[in-house]
Structure formats: C-alpha cells, structure tokens
Design a protein around this ligand. Sequence first.
Ligand SMILES: [Fe+2]
Ligand SMILES: [Fe+2]
Length: 204
Amino acid sequence: MNDSISEHTRNILGLKLPTDPRWVNLAEMQLEEILTDHAYCEQKAATTCISLIQKNPEKDLLVEELSPIVTEEWGHFRMVLAELKKRNLQLGRQRKDVYVNKLIDFQKKGGSPTERFLDQMLIMALIEARSCERFKRLSEGMDDEYMRKFYRKFMESEAGHYTLFINLAEHYIDKKIVRNRWAEWLKYEKELMNSAEVRGDRIH
Ligand SMILES: [Fe+2]
Ligand SMILES: [Fe+2]
C-alpha cells in the first residue's frame, strides 16, 4: 500500500517543480515554527471549506463532499496542536502566508461566476497538492522516525483532497476548460516556487 501511495504522489500531482531538498533540513531545525505554520494551514483549509459551502449552497455535491473535509482538516489542526503541546512548544501567531497570497493574485477577479468558481476549486487543489508534496518530503527526509510517520499521515490525507477539488471542478464545469486552466495554474505555481525564498519556518 505504501508503495502505491508513493507511486501515486511521485510526480506530485502534476506539480512542475519539486521542493528544494534543503527545505526539509531547515524545517526540522525549526519545529516550533513549522508546526505553528502547519497548524494554521490546517485551520485555513477548514475555514475555506466552510466558506465554500456558504457561498455555494445550491451545489449539492460540493456541500456533501466538503462537509466531512471540514471535520478532517480541523482534526489535522488538533493533531498538530497536540504535537506542539507534547513537546512543550507554543502555538505562535499566524504568519503572513506569502505563497497563498501570491496564488490569490492569480485568481480571476472580474470573470464570470463560473470562472471564479473554477479558480476557487483550482487554488484549493493546488494548495493541497503542494502541501502533500511538502509532507511527502518531510515524511521521507526528516531524521526523526516519529516525525517521518507523523507527516506521512498528513501526506496521505492531502493527496485525496487534491483530487477531490479537481473532481468537483469537473463535475460543474466542462473537463476541457478545467484542464486548460489547471495547466495555467501549474505553470504559474512553478514560477512562484522558483522565485520563492527557501525558508524552514513555513510549510509553503
Ligand atoms: Fe489537512
Ligand atoms: Fe487538505
């Protein structure tokens, strides 16, 4: 099973640029920082899913599929919180999320409701995909075996979420349109990752 997941996430979900290998070592040296940032990523995933339900109550499938994700993401938040507590580390304040803010810059602002909805699904898919890739790097590259296993659990969950958002997009919008826009997002994200500073206190 482990091998098949590894295979599934190998080319991570279409992402065009793998994470800089130095990042894992930097992250491992700043556990309080990385766990804090991770906790807020989970919190934001939960609140964004709640907000997507609020904005799209007429989309039955979306409401049905995202409702359990809210619970799951909040469960992830609690797992990270428990890990901080166990280590006598403090949940810090939320940091400016440069990665997500730059993705938001690329979202269509003035387009049709369908175009805006598509970008909302794809930005979520992308964040899930990159998070999954980052968790995979941590699960493979950290020195501490316990932490490797800890991050493997997150990697497995986020891989499922990435596909969920793509599938939701394709349920409501023509597949070809979804694929074309997804390709644009992947290209943009590659440039973004290429120009981003490698820092170990952030998940992204
Ligand atoms: Fe999560
Ligand atoms: Fe997720």
